[in-house]
Design a protein around this ligand. Structure first.
Ligand SMILES: Cc1cc2nc3c(=O)[nH]c(=O)nc-3n(C[C@H](O)[C@H](O)[C@H](O)COP(=O)(O)O)c2cc1C
Length: 177
């Protein structure tokens, strides 16, 4: 038997993972925000569409600088990731307050995050959907990965502080890239 699910809970079924951290920098001051509403739009160069609320300080920064780093954290730093979402860069210097390490990127002013498994340096490709949906489309300029991390256990938001942790990997013959 199926039961009706409240429309307010639908996002928890489809909310894509992994949760990422959007790193940005304005006037030399770096900031971070967790984000789970994102999707791939193209393979190469990689394009990523992201919902960044215009209530967030990050929105002002990335619209002004047209740059960010999308960093992919793993379960080991999950509490720090959530802490970045419980305060604003308007009030808190999150890198130092939360204990994450900024590292200079090569093509953008926003810093990479040392503790993250992967870091994607991005430039703003298209902001035409920003006004209506707060969707910004980013083009990845350079991608970094930590070669020592063999099975990165990314975190996937289910809503209200609940996360699924990536686990087993399986391979199935597929024509899909
Ligand atoms: C797990 C998680 C996922 C989030 N996903 C998004 C998102 O996709 N888009 C968004 O605008 N805010 C999202 N947020 C909320 C922002 O991260 C939060 O408002 C943050 O404090 C904004 O920081 P800022 O003002 O320094 O930019 C998320 C928060 C958490 C904890």
């Amino acid at each position: 038997m199926k039961r009706v699910l409240s429309l307010s809970k639908v996002y928890g079924l489809l909310e894509p993972g992994p949760v990422v951290l959007v790193s940005s920098s304005r006037h030399g001051v770096p900031n971070l925000m967790p984000m789970s509403w994102h999707m791939m739009v193209d393979f190469e160069p990689p394009l990523i569409a992201c919902v960044i609320s215009n209530r967030n300080y990050t929105f002002d920064t990335v619209c002004a600088t047209r740059e960010c780093v999308i960093a992919i954290p793993t379960v080991e730093i999950a509490k720090k990731v959530v802490a970045c979402g419980n305060c604003s860069g308007r009030d808190v210097a999150k890198f130092s307050a939360i204990g994450l390490t900024p590292v200079a990127a090569s093509t953008v002013g926003a810093p990479l995050i040392a503790e993250c498994y992967a870091n994607l340096e991005c430039k703003l490709e298209d902001s035409r959907t920003a006004k209506r949906y707060e969707i910004l489309v980013w083009q990845v300029q350079k991608a970094w990965i930590d070669p020592k991390r063999k099975n990165p256990r990314t975190i996937h938001h289910l809503g209200y502080g609940k996360f699924m942790v990536a686990g087993r990997t399986i391979q199935i013959a597929s024509r899909m890239r």
